[in-house]
Structures are given as structure tokens and as C-alpha cells.
Design a protein around this ligand. Structure first.
Ligand code: GAP
Length: 453
């Protein structure tokens, strides 16, 4: 059951320290959020799962971490300066500004007025002065997608790794879009993270790889806990395609506010490499490219017949923040425990859980118990399973409730039996079943290694 409201998730995120409104104390900055102590762990775990599946588990993908500040020319020749815009309309009555394609029944979402201006394009890129002159003459952009640096670094990566087609370059990082109407919590924001793969293939093999990546990415999302029934594959109609795409699938997810895009998987053809290439007329391009007198490189690769070819690109592009929202939505449950008791539990996949194990003393002021807790925590850290937290609230019921809500898979309780009896043993409590059983302290490393790794 995914019957959760956005309000429930927002409240949990604030209450337990996952996500906060940015600049809260000054009334906030619209469309900008900060990840708190648990949010940063969850987001890192999701990014690590992506990186692991893309870069570590495969032999055909390299990583990259490029700059956010972007030379204006990159975004001129990529087509973003001319076309990366949304239609904007103004309400003549309340002066509100909205995305024209989000307006229903021709009425202002603020005041209901039907007096709206004709839609006009609004470019979503953040311009920024670069260097000590700030008179508007010298500027660059904050990147609106991480992809462009993968294209502009294509030759450097190929030359330094001796790659042959097909191969990919993966990157995770911040992107910025001056969204007209940021909304739905971290779903549509102005500063966000993307995890993007540009997978380079021989022209003619692009459609096959497009299908391949669609299936691979659905499977990956299932491994992050999303049920297939809560996902939908939307094929973008030709008229709605981004300026660079020949075809695109969206993996949509049933967010609390509706079925919406989680990840796009586009066939970008040879559009980007072609546009950033000098002497295009020599390159046998299929895309319509603008002549590029500024580029100093041909972004191509040698094929098996020793001929230069500009590859086609398949691009799975996920929004990390939307991913965090999706896995939280899926995991959130309110369980009826009977006799008027309920509990909130976040049934996250264990590799995503912000805290893997909580070590809880039955009594916080007992020195022997506390020492044993510290010792157990230090030993568990060595396993490399992720964050192990030492709880020190002294209230075991509260500690269990908190760890249920933040998705900690296991709680280990150190009690008097632990320190008084031999062999030493602790209680392990499972988040989902709430069942508890005793395990010898000496067996904990093997138990947890088996459970987490
Ligand atoms: N490089 C391709 C690209 O950027 P996109 O469909 O515009 O394609 C890819 O963006 C993904 O980035 C989306 O599926 C979404 O998950 C995420 N994304 C885009 N705009 C966003 C925003 N304003 N806030 C949060 N995530 C966003």
C-alpha cells in the first residue's frame, strides 16, 4: 500500500532530520532544500548504489566528476541557450507567474482569474558572473544537466582509457534550473542532483541499447525497493521530446502527488557530440548541427574498421532527490499494532537505511553497560557496513520507535544479562517483524556480515 500523503512525509523528514527547508530562519528560499543528518546518509546510500551498479559492477563504464560552473559556449552549442525554456504565463489580476502547461481550465491557480497573458518562453538556466568584472559582459551558467561535461570531456576520457564502443561515462552531481513554479517538496526544485549515464554506441545500434537501458533501469529501481506496480513507463510523444532527443522513455513513479517522472532514458543520437565538434561536414552526422567555429576537437572514436565515427548516445538520467522521495514514499508505513497503538515504520531496503545498526543500552547511567555498548559499536564499525549509532536516550521504547521511523534495520540492546552472564549475549530486534532474539556478542560480526553484505 502506498497510501501516504506528502504532508506525512514532509513531517517525518523534519521531525527526524532527513530534509529541511533551506534558509528556514529567514522564511526559506523557494525550491531549495537541505539534507539533514539522516537525509545525507540516505541520499549518499542511493548514490552509492547507483555508482556501484554503473561503475563498479560493470566493465564498460568510467566515472567523471566535472565542474558545475559552465563555459557559456558549451550551453550555446548544446542548444540550451536557445531552447531550454518552459512556457510562462502571468495572471493579470494577482500578478502570479506560472508554467503555462501546468494550468488547468485556463484559470489562475492562485486567484482563479481567467485573465492570463499569452505564454512566452522562459529560459531555466541560472546565469552567473565569472571573474572580477560584473557588468554583464562576461558570464557563464550553473549547469542545467550534468551531461554536457561528459560530452565535452569525451575525447579526454577516450584517450586516457583507450575505450572502444560501446562504453559509457557516469556522473553524479548538482544541476540547477530556475523552475518557474518549484513544488511538491523535493520533487521539483531549483537546485538538485542528477545521476547521469551517457552510453556511447555505434549508430544503428542505438535503438537496441535504448531498450536495454530501459529494462536495466526498471530492474535497478526494483532493487531500491520500488514495486513494479507503482512504476509506469511513459513514451514521450515526438512533439514533446527535448531538443536533443530522437526518443525518450520516462520511468514514472506513483509519488504522493501523482504518477510523475522519476528518470528519463533518452536517445540523444549524435546530436551533442556532433554539435560540439569542429569540421562537422567531415563527420557524416545524422543530426542537424549548427556549424561550430569555436570547438577545437572532433568528438569521435575509431570503429573496428579504423574509421572515425561520432557515436550515438543513450542517456539514463535519474533525479537523485526524486529517488530519495520515491524510496521514502514506498517505504513509509503506518502500522496498526492493536489496542489503539500504531507505529510509523520506514521499511527501506537495508543498503539504503541511514543507520544500519543502533546499539542501545538498557540503562544509560550504568557504566558497565555503556562500556560494552562502546566496545560493540567500535567492533561493528570495522565491518564496513555503514553507520552504526550508539543510542543514549535511556528509554528503550522511545529508541525503538525512533529507529522504526528512520528505517534502522536492526537494534542491538545491551542489558544486564550481557554483562553478568557468560557467554556475553545481546538482544537483536528486527525493524519489520519487531521480533527479538539473543545472539552471542562473539557471533555479532559474522551475523551482521551475513545480514548486510
Ligand atoms: N540530461 C538529461 C536531463 O537532464 P531531464 O528529463 O530534464 O533530462 C532528468 O532531467 C531527471 O532529472 C528527471 O527525470 C528528474 O528526475 C530530474 N529533474 C529534472 N528537473 C528537476 C527538478 N527541477 N527538480 C528535481 N529533479 C529534477
Amino acid at each position: 500500500m502506498v497510501a501516504k500523503t506528502m504532508d506525512q512525509l514532509v513531517a517525518l523528514c523534519k521531525r527526524r532530520g532527513f530534509i529541511f527547508q533551506n534558509a528556514d530562519i529567514y522564511g526559506g528560499l523557494q525550491g531549495v532544500y537541505d539534507y539533514g543528518p539522516l537525509g545525507v546518509e540516505l541520499k549518499n546510500n542511493l548514490k552509492n548504489a547507483w555508482w556501484r551498479s554503473m561503475v563498479y559492477e560493470r566493465d564498460d563504464i568510467e566515472g567523471l566528476d566535472a565542474a558545475i560552473l559552465t563555459n557559456r559556449k558549451v550551453l550555446q552549442y548544446s542548444g540550451h541557450e536557445d531552447t531550454f525554456s518552459d512556457p510562462m504565463t502571468d495572471c493579470k489580476k494577482c500578478k502570479g507567474r506560472f508554467r503555462a502547461d501546468h494550468i488547468k481550465d485556463g484559470k489562475c491557480p492562485n486567484c482563479g482569474s481567467t485573465e492570463l497573458t499569452e505564454p512566452r518562453p522562459f529560459n531555466l538556466m541560472f546565469k552567473t558572473a565569472i571573474g572580477p568584472v560584473d557588468d554583464g559582459s562576461v558570464f557563464g551558467y550553473l549547469r542545467p544537466e550534468t551531461a554536457q561535461a561528459i560530452f565535452t570531456q569525451f575525447r579526454n576520457v577516450v584517450d586516457s582509457t583507450s575505450r572502444k564502443l560501446p562504453f559509457g561515462i557516469a556522473q553524479i552531481g548538482k544541476s540547477f534550473r530556475n523552475e518557474i513554479t518549484p513544488r511538491n517538496f523535493i520533487f521539483r526544485v531549483r537546485e538538485f542532483e542528477q545521476a547521469e549515464l551517457e552510453y556511447f554506441v555505434m549508430p544503428g545500434e542505438d535503438e537496441k541499447w535504448h531498450e536495454y537501458w530501459k529494462e536495466a533501469r526498471i530492474k535497478w529501481w526494483e532493487e531500491q525497493g520500488l514495486k513494479r506496480d507503482n512504476m509506469n513507463i511513459y513514451t514521450t510523444p515526438k512533439d514533446d521530446l527535448a531538443h536533443y532527443a530522437k526518443a525518450c522513455y520516462d520511468i514514472e513513479y506513483q509519488f504522493p502527488h501523482g504518477m510523475e517522472e522519476l528518470e528519463g532514458i533518452a536517445n540523444r543520437t549524435d546530436y551533442d557530440l556532433g554539435n560540439h565538434t569542429k569540421a562537422q561536414e567531415e563527420m557524416n552526422l545524422t543530426s542537424h548541427c549548427h556549424p561550430n567555429p569555436d570547438s577545437t576537437q572532433k568528438l569521435c572514436i575509431m570503429d573496428d574498421n579504423n574509421k572515425w565515427v561520432v557515436p550515438f548516445v543513450i542517456e539514463p538520467s535519474m533525479g537523485v532527490d526524486r529517488g530519495v522521495l520515491a524510496v521514502m514514499t514506498e517505504a513509509y508505513e503506518e502500522e496498526d499494532l492493536g489496542e489503539g497503538n500504531t507505529r510509523v515504520v520506514l521499511k527501506l531496503k537495508k543498503h539504503l537505511a541511514p543507520i544500519k545498526v543502533a546499539v542501545i543500552p538498557l540503562k544509560k547511567n550504568n557504566e558497565a553497560i555503556m562500556n560494552k555498548c562502546h566496545e560493540i559499536k567500535q567492533n561493528l564499525l570495522k565491518l564496513g557496513i555503514g553507520r552504526v549509532a550508539l543510542e543514549n536516550t535511556g528509554n528503550i521504547g522511545k529508541a525503538y520507535r525512533r529507529h522504526d521511523e528512520i528505517g534502522t534495520p536492526l537494534c542491538i540492546t545491551v542489558d544486564f544479562e550481557t554483562i553478568e552472564n557468560q557467554p556475553e549475549s545481546v538482544t537483536i530486534r528486527d525493524r519489520d517483524t519487531m521480533e527479538q532474539h539473543r545472539v552471542n556478542v562473539a557471533d555479532l560480526p559474522a551475523y551482521l556480515r551475513e545480514y548486510f553484505l
